[in-house]
Design a protein. Structure first.
Lengths: 284, 188
């Protein structure tokens, strides 16, 4: 079973834990609903669309409202420490949370106390905290974009905002950035780097690339990275090997994007709607 | 005022690392004089921020001999609050690597009719004919979806200012991208 952990941009949204369902353009859980726009709701929506093809149990989401002040995230960190071990999840994906090293460490130690540790995927703010903590290698997969990879590869930077210029200048040096991230132990066991070319890599180097179909405008569309992370999480939770899940997810996400005939003004829901058809085609 | 920040701790044993890495998400506010430090401390403590007054690290050669340690990620919110109180710091730096500076490089991509500016991990895309913000992507802090909701669909002239409604370093990076986009798209 997949667990999805993150926040929604509504300060009044309570902390909820439960099975999520898609109701039109909204994600519903425990009687509350939130618009699927970008961020964790987009990740969860992608995972739910993938489930239409993959089957299996519905993902459980842990959500809380947070607009960047951190209070919601801190409540969620506390909740996870208490409850994350209550269910035998096969895979947990951590997403938009206020980066907090102490909160991250407490959650990670709770996970390590579980009888059978789930597969762990981190993206967005939780990935930043995982890198800052020095425990990046405790994770099975990080899903950075090119800018976030530069941050992972900069052993000094505490946040992408402080990535040093000599690294940011190397826009076309993704393999070198991957190597540097591993050299300083700032990467998970596997990396899925989202970009013009998606790359699946580990400490030994890049093992697979996915570059088709190619829709350059996808980079501008908020949420395309979230849907990719949702897809790989759903596939890994279904039992697919993580590296294969990363490649399959990259192909399906690109195909869903192409099916939506995107422009830079396309919104992520238009792509999410295409995920079942795209995933079916990739798995065929 | 400039903003800079932290370095990281590498693997030692887990308990040592946990103690050390707890500083990895902290920043330092540097003030001109001790009186400003005290005023800022009073303001922030009154509002419940987890801060502490301490001596500056050896790399810091400026300001007075006291600094305030604070949660780095929430720097935008704290700086705004101090500005409102009339006690802005001279500089903000990461605890572990005080010589780091904020991103000042921008990547620009022209999609033909749409322009995208990236600052660090944040990307802002505008319809160049109408000036409407059509997408915001990237980022990982929880104010990014909030900022996107408030800004997408608005023009560069009438959108909220990211620095005014954002709270985190991702919000700050988006503000830099927004400023650069305005510089490129709006008449000076």
């Amino acid at each position: 079973m997949l667990a999805i952990v993150g926040t929604v941009p509504d300060p009044d949204f309570p902390l909820v834990q439960g099975e999520a369902v898609l109701e039109g353009d909204t994600l519903a859980v425990q009687g509350r609903s939130v618009e699927v726009n970008r961020g964790t709701p987009a990740l969860a929506a992608a995972a739910l669309k993938a489930r239409e093809v993959l089957g299996g149990p519905a993902p459980v989401v842990f959500l809380v409202g947070d607009v960047g002040l951190g209070q919601g995230s801190r409540r969620l960190y506390d909740h996870l420490v208490e409850h994350i071990g209550d269910t035998a999840f096969s895979c947990i994906v951590f997403h938009y949370l206020q980066p907090d090293v102490d909160g991250h460490n407490r959650v990670l130690f709770a996970l390590e106390a579980m009888e059978k540790r789930p597969l762990l995927i981190a993206d967005a703010g939780f990935m930043y905290a995982a890198k800052m903590s020095g425990f990046a290698s405790s994770y099975d997969l990080f899903t950075p974009d090119v800018g976030e990879l530069a941050f992972l590869s900069d052993e000094e930077a505490p946040h992408p905002f402080y990535t040093r210029g000599f690294i940011l200048h190397q826009e076309d040096h993704t393999p070198e950035h991957i190597a540097r991230a591993y050299e300083h132990d700032n990467a998970a066991g596997l990396l899925l780097v989202k970009g013009a070319v998606d790359r699946v890599a580990d400490r030994e180097g890049v093992h697979a690339t996915v570059d088709a179909p190619s829709e350059e405008t996808m980079e501008a569309i908020g949420g395309t990275g979230d849907t990719l992370t949702g897809l790989v999480a759903a596939l890994a939770a279904s039992g697919m090997d993580m590296a294969q899940a990363a490649v399959t997810a990259a192909r399906a996400n690109r195909l869903a994007g192409a099916m939506a005939r995107p422009t830079p003004a396309t919104q992520i829901l238009d792509i999410i709607r295409c995920i079942p058809a795209a995933l079916e085609q990739v798995l065929r | 005022m400039s903003v800079a920040f932290l370095g990281l701790f590498k693997k030692e044993n887990r308990s040592d690392q946990r103690v050390k890495s707890s500083q990895g998400d902290r920043g330092i506010l540097i003030f001109e004089n001790t009186s400003d430090v005290i005023r800022a401390e009073t303001t922030l403590k009154t509002e419940g921020w987890p801060i502490r007054v301490m001596g500056p690290p050896p790399e810091i050669q400026r300001g007075c001999d006291l600094v305030i340690e604070f949660p780095l990620i929430e720097g935008l919110n704290i700086l705004r609050r101090l500005e409102e109180s009339g006690v802005s710091p001279m500089e903000v730096v990461p605890v572990v690597s005080p010589l780091l500076k904020p991103v000042d490089l921008f990547q620009v991509k022209d999609f033909g009719g749409y322009l995208m500016v990236r600052a660090a991990n944040m990307k802002l895309t505008v319809d160049t004919h109408t000036g409407v913000i059509v997408n915001i992507s990237g980022g990982g802090c929880p104010d990014v979806p909030y900022l996107a909701r408030e800004m997408v669909g608005r023009t560069l002239s009438d959108s909220p200012v990211p620095r005014d409604i954002g709270h985190t370093l991702c919000g700050y990076a988006l503000h830099l991208a927004w400023e650069e986009m305005r510089r490129r798209c709006l008449p000076s």
